[in-house]
Design a protein around this ligand. Structure first.
Ligand code: NAD
Ligand code: ZN
Length: 246
């Protein structure tokens, strides 16, 4: 795979690099993106209709079961070459910040030292009323498990459509975008706000914006470099070309 010398040289010299990842990064680990059709039991539902506070209010059991099914898939999944390249970048770049919209925890499983999770993590569960985190709950029950303190229904610790993002993560992400010399947008359709603004904000503040995605996105025309392909192929190739001994 060929990469422009301007990008390779910039990456080799950069002190501050950030990357924003989306569901496309986990696609090669066998996890579906939201834009892929769902399979099996869940094919009749749109994710956008399940990942909302209204859906949980209307039918908590349906939403809980969908997340339980996704959680099981996530636990079976293994990090892929894209996740591992991002671990490498954290080692090779003096200041590297990884920001993800993914809720699957695969960056941490791969060994990324610090991950800014904008949309929470499906492996964690908290009370929908008092917020108390729960590390154990009974998955076999016919009803949605309840909080052992206030009796409220438990829910996944993720950000649903219409909910606000965790403030400190969001601040850290915008600060990273502002300070970056290179900003990667990888495997994200760039339509879910406010994460989608990060790349533009980085560019306004002088970063080179590099997109790696399976297909063009709204960001593509604004990116300084755009690579259409699989994250698990493009990213390892770029890291190798940039950092292997010349
Ligand atoms: P998205 O589904 O909107 O977009 C994924 C993008 O990745 C698409 O443009 C697709 O063309 C591209 N893509 C697919 N396979 C790829 C590959 N192998 N390499 C590179 N690109 C590839 O996902 P999003 O932008 O992350 O936003 C959707 C929301 O869905 C997020 O809020 C996220 O929290 C949630 N989500 C998370 C997971 C997960 O944690 N694994 C899975 C599904 C959805
Ligand atoms: Zn509670």
């Amino acid at each position: 795979m060929e990469f422009p010398a301007a990008l390779v040289n910039a990456l080799r010299q950069a002190q501050r690099v950030s990357a924003l990842t989306g569901a496309g990064v986990s696609q090669e680990s066998g996890l579906r993106t939201f834009r892929d059709a769902q399979d099996g039991l869940w094919a009749q539902f749109r994710p956008e209709d399940l990942a909302t506070p209204q859906a949980f209010q209307r039918n908590p059991k349906l939403v809980w079961d969908w997340y339980a099914w996704r959680r099981a898939k996530v636990r079976e999944a293994k990090p892929n070459a894209a996740h591992l390249s991002l671990v490498e970048l954290a080692r090779l770049v003096p200041h590297f910040i990884l920001i993800t919209q993914n809720v699957d925890g695969l960056h941490q499983a791969a060994g990324s030292p610090r991950v800014i999770e904008l949309h929470g993590n499906i492996r964690r569960v908290r009370c929908s009323v008092c917020g108390k985190p729960h590390s154990e709950w009974d998955e076999s029950e016919a009803e949605v498990p309840r909080c052992n303190t206030c009796g409220g229904l438990l829910r996944p610790d993720v950000v649903w459509f219409g909910e606000s993002l965790p403030a400190s993560e969001l601040d850290t992400a915008f600060e990273a975008a502002r300070n970056s010399q290179i900003f990667f947008s990888i495997g994200t359709s760039g339509v879910v706000q406010p994460a989608a603004s990060l790349a533009y904000y980085a560019k306004q503040n002088g970063a080179l914006v590099v997109e790696i995605n399976a297909e063009p996105t709204p960001l593509t025309p604004s990116a300084d470099f755009s690579f259409q392909g699989k994250a698990g192929e493009v990213l390892p190739a770029l890291v190798k070309v940039t950092f292997s001994k010349q």
